[in-house]
Design a protein around this ligand. Structure first.
Ligand code: GLC
Length: 742
């Protein structure tokens, strides 16, 4: 009987594959027959993307008659056009073109649309892949209800330099975690596939290595070995391809001397060649034309030639293709086959989205209304927001705060902040003042009717005025407990927001000193889009919560953690430097020939003589109201062969009276290899929730594939030899074992 069932199953499987192929074949047939009808100008029109006339996310040129060009089929896509009304208005124009090819509407839906979620770096601190997928799902439902077909997300750039403002947009410094998060976000955005009006096309960006800009200066050059590119920066993009990402966006930076937009190696050899990517690549805003500034193109025409030949399928706001590509084809500098391939890729997505069947499919008033204030979306947002908060410090159990506390002073420039909690790449709506939950609102919703809530702003965020200190100190003196909020503004991180100083801005740390020195039970809450430097606070405040930018539900999530309704579980996705001079600093560095063993061993060592070796807070660091105890590691065997596997187990005990969730992390180190290997590499993690006093075994299984790396021939291999294996609560607090791959 079983054999018949297996046979039936395999027939279904093969036929489902065949069915998929049939659907793909049907679309390819439609694309080919449409392509045959198109003039060269109409083909180039599909490769042309303009910003809408209502909002901009880049330097606008506003040339030309947009309405006329859409009617003539010279525009394939628009960005920054949202809402059923506006998308219908422009789609109407496209339906007046000769071939009625629908427009694609793209939008930066980076961490929410109507309901704003924590910034992606904050979400990454949750290490909760399902929660991140759920957040992207909500964003897709809300954006697609507003006529958006395509989000320019997820940003999957690995970044090791917190001076770069766009660290807020990614998943931090680790390739393994970043790859899993890339996959989760693509799945969340694209849901059950493009035919579904509650899904949008994802766009893995910025291809590639944009996060490695020299000096953390946005748009700056990137120069690295191909081995480093393949080992650290490309895997999250490959994960996005494997997850079915519909599109890619290239990056502003040059890579090893060739601008990404004109870089055949990454766009054609790797992405469309090795990885067999079937979607299309959109340039970043004006990045084709910017190759003139790079000194790579003599003019916009040459830039268009280089970009098209290198695999950039769609031109965002350079106007290079629409102005020069026809001539380039006629002059034989760009083959028609290059244009046809780009147009096929774009048209295929429009067919897959069902836009030819119904160009107005996503512009549905009723769906826009129902999704616009869907209460369930706030539940999802609050869930991941509270999981994103990282407890950096909690001496003398200052946290959680009792809801029955007699009086609580809330002090600092973010106590009543609302829009600042949205972070960069978010949207301001007219009802934000009632929709966004401030810290004050959140605390008020938790405390008893008898609790007195006191408030003093103390100081601004960037201002140097200290006249508010006296009132703040007075207010703190009167209270039983102090909640102090500091940080950077929502616009101090994000695109074009690189900063040479990442200290707490203004006089905020002086305010912290004044308040903490009173010796009251005090928690400092830090809102930021990146790791900041706050050494005095870190060394003296009894408790610190890092809250990133948590979005619409910020105040509720912060209050959930403050009062213990949620036991904090966040873990840092980036190392926190002690000072800017320590950057770049990341946990998975190489040993070097003179590794310093500790802070006293710094002579003739790869170390600064005037600064600790270690970050202020390590990758993976994050405390809990529970206390988790790790047993020594048990290995299933001391060695294994390729084709076999090894299981590593620890016993985890919650020694406290509070249930909590621990993200158990697994790292390895290849002790000797044909190229130097990092001191640690994250290779797994498991989120374990334990009741008070509960003990549970936590196991990880490794195979030889988990030990692979790129050798100096760019082969992705594993090599027999000895390895260390680490399991623990953060990259700098682990149990250790050793095994051998035979
Ligand atoms: C910006 C960003 C990119 C964004 C695009 C459209 O310059 O680099 O991430 O998607 O332009 O807004």
């Amino acid at each position: 009987m079983i054999r018949i069932a297996t046979l039936l199953l395999s027939v279904c499987f093969i036929s489902s594959l065949a069915a998929q192929t049939t659907a793909e074949k049907r679309i390819d047939k439609s694309v080919d027959s449409l392509l045959k009808l198109m003039t060269l100008d109409e083909k180039i029109g599909q490769m042309n993307q303009y910003n809408g006339p209502w909002a901009a996310t880049g330097p606008l040129t506003n040339e030309g008659n947009l309405v006329g060009q859409i009617k003539e089929g010279k525009v394939g896509s628009m960005l920054n056009v949202t809402g059923v009304k506006r998308t219908r208005e422009l789609q109407d124009l496209a339906m007046q073109s000769r071939l009625k090819i629908p427009l694609l509407f793209g939008q930066d839906v980076i961490h929410g649309f109507r309901t704003i979620f924590p910034i992606p770096l904050g979400e990454a601190a949750s290490w909760d892949l399902k929660a991140m997928e759920a957040g992207a799902r909500v964003a897709a439902v809300e954006a697609s209800a507003a006529g958006v077909h395509w989000t320019f997300a997820p940003m999957v750039d690995i970044a090791r330099d917190p001076r770069w403002g766009r660290v807020m947009e990614g998943a931090g410094e680790d390739t393994y975690l970043g790859s899993l998060i890339a996959k989760a976000r693509v799945k969340g955005f694209q849901g059950n596939g493009f035919g579904d009006t509650a899904s949008v096309m994802a766009c893995a960006k910025h291809f590639a290595a944009y996060g490695a800009a020299v000096g953390g200066r946005d748009y700056n050059s990137v120069d690295m070995s191909l081995r480093q590119l393949h080992e650290t920066y490309l895997p999250p993009f490959k994960a996005a391809v494997d997850a079915g990402a519909a599109t890619f966006m290239n990056s502003f930076n040059d890579i090893n001397g060739i601008p990404a937009t004109g870089n055949k190696y990454i766009q054609r050899d790797i992405l469309k060649g090795q990885w067999k990517f079937k979607g299309f690549v959109v340039s970043d805003w004006g990045s084709i034309g910017e190759m003139i500034n790079h000194g790579y193109s003599k003019d916009n025409k040459e830039a268009g030639m280089q970009a098209a030949n290198a695999g950039s399928d769609m031109d965002m706001e350079s106007r290079s293709y629409i102005q020069h590509l026809a001539a380039l084809v006629k002059e034989g500098k760009v083959k028609m086959a290059v244009v046809d391939d780009a147009v096929r890729r774009i048209l295929r997505k429009k067919f897959e989205m069902g836009l030819f069947a119904d160009p107005y499919k996503f512009s549905n008033e009723n769906r826009e209304k129902t999704q616009w204030n869907n209460p369930q979306h706030r539940v999802v947002a609050r869930d991941i927001a509270k999981k994103s908060i990282v407890l950096l410090k909690n001496e003398k159990q200052v946290l959680p705060v009792s809801k029955q506390t007699g009086s609580i002073a809330l002090i600092g420039p973010f106590v009543k902040a609302k829009s600042d909690h949205l972070g960069f790449w978010s949207y301001d709506w007219p009802d934000d003042s009632t929709r966004i939950v401030s810290l004050w609102d959140g605390v008020k919703s938790k405390v008893s009717a008898q609790t007195k809530m006191l408030y003093a702003k103390g100081c601004g965020i960037t201002e140097l005025d200290k006249t508010g200190f006296a009132e703040a100190v007075e207010t703190a003196r009167k209270a039983d407990y102090v909640i102090l909020t500091v940080g950077e503004t929502r616009d101090m991180s994000g695109e074009a927001k690189s900063r040479s100083s990442i200290q707490l801005p203004g006089v905020q740390e002086e305010l912290v000193k004044e308040i903490v020195s009173l010796g009251k039970p005090t928690v400092v809450m830090i809102s930021a889009g990146r790791p900041l430097v706050f050494n005095w606070t870190a060394d003296h405040a009894p408790a610190i919560l890092y809250t990133w930018w948590l979005g619409t539900e910020a105040g509720n999530a912060m209050a959930d953690v403050l009062f213990g309704d949620y036991n904090p579980s966040g873990k840092l996705p980036m190392s926190f430097p002690r000072t800017e001079g320590q950057i770049p600093i990341y946990y998975n560095h190489y040993f070097t020939g003179r590794p310093a063993k500790n802070d006293s061993d710094r002579h003739y060592r790869s170390a600064y003589t005037d600064l600790s070796l270690y970050p202020k807070y390590a990758f993976g660091h994050g405390l809990s109201y529970s206390s988790f105890e790790y047993s020594e590691i048990q290995l299933s065997a001391p060695a294994f062969h390729a084709g076999q596997s090894l299981t590593a187990t620890v016993s985890l005990t919650n020694k406290s009276k509070t249930a909590g969730t621990e993200t158990v992390q697994l790292y390895i180190r290849d002790i000797t290899a044909s190229v130097v290997r990092p001191v640690k590499e994250l290779k797994g993690f498991s989120q374990v929730t334990l009741a008070a006093g509960e003990t549970r075994s936590v196991s990880f299984t490794l195979t030889a594939d988990d030990l692979r790396f790129y050798n100096d021939q760019l082969q992705y291999i594993y090599e027999p030899g000895k390895f260390k294996l680490f399991i623990g609560t953060s990259s700098d607090n682990v149990k250790e074992a050793e095994f051998e791959l035979k």
